[in-house]
Design a protein around this ligand. Sequence first.
Ligand code: SF4
Length: 314
Amino acid sequence: MSETIMQVKHITKKFPVSGNKFLMACDDINLTIKSGQTVGIVGESGCGKSTLVKTILNMHAPTSGEVIFHEKDITKLKGEAKRQNCRNIQMVFQDPTAAFDPKMKIADIICEPLLNFNLIKKSQIKQKARELLELVELPADLVDRYPNNMSGGQRQRVAIARALALEPEIIVCDEATSALDVSVQAKIIELLVRLQREKNITYIFICHDLALVSLFSHRIAVMYLGNIVEKIDGDKLQQAQHPYTQALLRSIFYVDEEKNKNIETLTGEIPSPLDLPIGCPFQNRCKYCKDICKQTKPQLEEVSSNHFVACHLV
Ligand code: SF4
């Protein structure tokens, strides 16, 4: 049984905008993250998943709520304590090219976090970078390359090597495979799964692709307009009950033509987060919407063991 490594408790994030209004990016989010497991956070663009991650990473303060890691609320950390906390929670972004300095060699990119924390000497950079490149299944002789002379998949492996350098307990992958070809995506996922098995790393995997997330997530949280609308074990995803999760499942494209006969795309626009409807946030796209859905916002309720759904009809 895995231990809880992090607890996201009642995280709300509102951004003030003009006219005394605010944009509700995350509304009372609760998540329990277990050591050595993967939590997939899924939803369309603008659902609040990236804001949630930035809050978990302490890149901005929540409006309210806590993120408990090693018995501390890390949203309150400042200065050196905040910097030291970064050692334990690292990030892999969608576009590593944007995160890399094109004038730095791969060895320097990978070992920069180690130098920042005085964990290696300059003379050790190449050897350490070689070890980390081999860990992510890249040839060690890439140490002298520049990122622009590599493929997208190789760059993403370098980003993973850099994230691994500090031996973090948690790695947050923010759409980390979204910009890659499907075949490269699969290889990166295989790599992440192997590293998790070998090093007991915990992943928070942010993605818009439910099919991909379901391949390797132990828990899945589905977000819609700043709310978690369903939390379910990854291997029980086919039992999802929220109409939004079900719609996402029906929109998955399969190679098998027979399965594709039932494909349905989600219609209707996502409401503006500046002007949220009263009641259920999914009401204008939900084919089961009833009067109560327009009056009262449904709360996440446990409908079966460890399966939570926010819907009046479930
Ligand atoms: Fe649809 Fe109503 Fe459930 Fe919202 S609460 S998902 S509108 S049925």
